[in-house]
Design a protein around this ligand. Structure first.
Ligand code: SF4
Length: 408
């Protein structure tokens, strides 16, 4: 997307139109505001709507069930409830909850019927930013299929790619071979670090002959990122299905902002989801749903026809600008290349985000502990050049100190 095609001005125009429509029929979606009482009902779908995933022609729900949880291996009530709401797509991975996610998903798909649920799984994130051999991805999927109790997944991703080399012919062939062997229907990758733009551009140049879909970090806070928008445009034009993750892009200030967000229709979390769905290039958002309250909040937002108003867009944009110095872009190549040794700045800030914003203290501590002392210890390391180069003007020293205080 160029700014011309999908800039903030266009979003505002579209939002204003939606808002005008909403004025006649709008209602709140459980948004905790006094405005809700005066609002009239707005049309809502009975189930989460679907949208076609790129050139695959397959319709998937616009709201996908994130699978980074140890689902109940016997009967997971939340998965079943989400399924009834139309969330017939689970995004899981070999590494999620130390393998327990796959066990739970395997059981769940037998309960609802394999043909009724879309399973996406991933392999990778083995602790090294450089490319792992193609065989490692292939073998990981083959190993996991019996745990998922199925002979295939619908979509297989190389997980958390950083190295663009991972999109060279050997890896693409591995994906095609898995498709030919019926082990996966579609193939792609997920990414959320500093090389997202590079990876998306490379994927667009390969096209759907090699990459069917990509899941990448995308949120309301990235609308002004021209290079990212161009890369998204290129993938969309190439027919590659695009799925957004980490759409909440949470920062500690969210707790306060939730109270301050003024809307007749949406909570802050719903508004963040709506802002991503407003981008016609994105098929769906993956959401980490941990309880029925969040499930309702998410599915209500997906099902309603109400769109963000100009006022809501403005609040989101202002909030993104105000908190950008707490929102690491995970462009680790910028800061980490400017410090001596193997210090992992972006990873530590991500784990800090898991704890501070998502409340996942245990998971964050586990990940923090898995870093080597050289990757973790920043005392004595000159961070001056890294801080000067950081595009978000993050006080890296202070945030690493905060990570240590919370996670060590
Ligand atoms: S600290 Fe700054 S430079 Fe480093 S990854 Fe985060 S946003 Fe990028």
């Amino acid at each position: 997307m160029s700014h011309e095609r999908f800039g903030r001005r266009d979003l505002f125009k579209r939002a204003a139109t939606s808002s005008a429509l909403l004025g006649a029929t709008g209602t709140a979606l459980g948004a905790s505001t006094a405005f809700a009482q005066d609002a009239a009902p707005v049309a809502a779908a009975a189930k989460v709507p679907t949208k076609v995933l790129g050139a695959t022609g397959e319709k998937i729900p616009i709201l996908l069930m994130g699978g980074e949880f140890p689902f109940d291996p016997k009967f997971d009530k939340l998965l079943h409830r989400a399924f009834k709401e139309g969330m017939t797509y689970i995004d899981t991975a070999q590494t999620y909850s130390n393998g327990k996610s796959h066990v739970g998903v395997g059981n769940f798909q037998e309960q609802v019927g394999r043909d009724n649920i879309w399973i996406t799984s991933k392999a990778g994130l083995w602790g090294d930013a450089s490319a792992s051999p193609p065989e490692r991805y292939r073998d990981a999927l083959l190993h996991e299929l019996p745990i998922l109790r199925t002979d295939h997944v619908n979509l297989f991703y190389m997980h958390g790619l950083q190295d663009v080399k991972t999109l060279e012919p050997g890896w693409i062939k591995m994906g095609q071979d898995l498709k030919k062997a019926g082990k996966t229907k579609y193939f792609g990758f997920s990414c959320h670090d500093g090389t997202v733009v590079e990876l998306l551009n490379k994927a667009a140049s390969i096209g759907t002959a090699g990459i069917d879909a990509i899941m990448f970090k995308y949120s309301f806070a990235q609308y002004g990122d021209l290079e990212l928008n161009k890369a998204i445009d290129a993938c969309h034009k190439a027919g590659i299905g695009l799925i957004a993750m980490k759409t909440q892009d949470s920062v500690p200030q969210d707790k306060e902002e939730v109270k301050n967000f003024q809307s007749q229709n949406f909570t802050l979390a719903q508004a963040k989801l709506k802002s991503v769905w407003a981008d016609e290039r994105i098929t769906a958002c993956v959401s980490g749903i941990v309880n029925t309250t969040i499930l309702k909040e998410n599915t209500d937002a997906a099902k309603t026809n109400a769109q963000l108003s100009m006022k809501e867009w403005t609040q989101l944009n202002q909030y993104a600008a105000r908190t950008s110095d707490h929102r690491c872009a995970f462009c680790n190549h910028i800061c980490e290349s400017r410090v001596a040794g193997d210090l992992r700045i972006a990873e530590q800030l991500r784990y800090l985000m898991y704890a501070e914003s998502y409340g996942d203290h245990m998971g964050a501590r586990e990940k923090y502990a898995a870093l080597s002392p050289g990757q973790r210890n920043f005392e004595g390391v000159d961070l001056g050049a890294a801080m000067a180069a950081c595009p978000r003007r993050i006080d890296i020293a202070a945030r690493l100190q905060a990570a240590k205080a919370l996670l060590a």
